[in-house]
Design a protein around this ligand. Sequence first.
Ligand SMILES: Nc1nc2c(ncn2[C@@H]2O[C@H](COP(=O)(O)OP(=O)(O)O)[C@@H](O)[C@H]2O)c(=O)[nH]1
Ligand SMILES: [Mg+2]
Length: 365
Amino acid sequence: MGFKTGIIGLPNVGKSTLFNALTKSKGAQAANFPFCTIDPNIGEVMVPDKRLLALSKISASKETIPTKMTFIDIAGLVKGASKGEGLGNKFLANIRECDALAHVTRCFEDENVTHVNNKIDPEADIDIINTELLLADLESVTRRIENFKKRSGKKNDEILSLTFLEKVLELLESGIPIRQGTFFEEELNMLNSSQFLTSKPILFICNVDENSIKGGNVYSEKVEALAKTLEAPTLNISISIEQELSEISDEKELKEFLFEMGMNSTGLEKLIQTGYGLLGLCTFFTSGPKETRAWTIPDSIFAPDAAAKIHTDFKKGFIRAETVSYTDFLLAGGWLKAKELGKVRSEGKDYSVKDGDIMNFLFSS
Ligand SMILES: Nc1nc2c(ncn2[C@@H]2O[C@H](COP(=O)(O)OP(=O)(O)O)[C@@H](O)[C@H]2O)c(=O)[nH]1
Ligand SMILES: [Mg+2]
């Protein structure tokens, strides 16, 4: 499964419609009724990347395989979720499994679509959800601290230190999401294994009316200001337009539609780009006559770890990696010419992979 982004927000803000548009799946029910998505819906989306087709053409590959991102449509959180309101605990458990969160806020007016609190006020909406996530973390950290203290004196196999937990507690008690705390490297490792909700990277999606995709509107401006204080990026997307876009299969028609709407790219592309940046991800490629394929990895990991994405044996028996940059590969017109021109580097275990690298791993089995 690819990197998992959970779509969260209050009921009726457009989460399932967005999910459907993203995955073109009819699975998530889009209906004007809070709680229509009882079970989380999981969908995989191919990551659009223009470089992939160009490489595939050069290598005359039989197959072209994009990398994927996973989206999860999480049912609407309501006030009191941390206390089990609505389907509280279940929603929170679904959020816990995600790598990042896309928080959808309602920034469009439409009297036919009910707002759970009867007022379009995205700041208040965000506050409701943030509070629930903070409360859930607060409860979890308090429980962990209690357990920690109970066990003291006995065999201690805790991965998380008490100092770390108390630091987290202090942040949460001041109403600060964990992601905004400052942590030492050791603590960052603890953070990664602790599965708190407010430590996950988050971006805000302003679901705006179709006239506000470019410039935003009064509501999205408020979200943007609030997101700044939370150090999180925002995206203006018109989900109803995305729904229309998702039904167009002809590429030329899609381009014309985008042009008419004054858009440079679809919301999906914007979401994936921002998600990639937020999560610190990049893409490397493998390319040959059999297939050209894109692989998602965390930014600048070492070559053997990138190799492990393809197969664990590639990492175990890693010898070196023939590596060429995307531009050099393109200019040379393939592996052979790139080698002749001396553009193919032989990289070892300490090489940190760059976005766009084309790699051929040599390994002993
Ligand atoms: N006008 C308008 N309606 C929308 C938009 N996005 C979703 N809706 C409508 O809002 C209602 C709730 O949408 P849904 O995706 O089920 O919301 P969820 O509860 O957040 O999953 C449905 O009737 C949608 O058709 C939008 O961008 N504009
Ligand atoms: Mg829904």
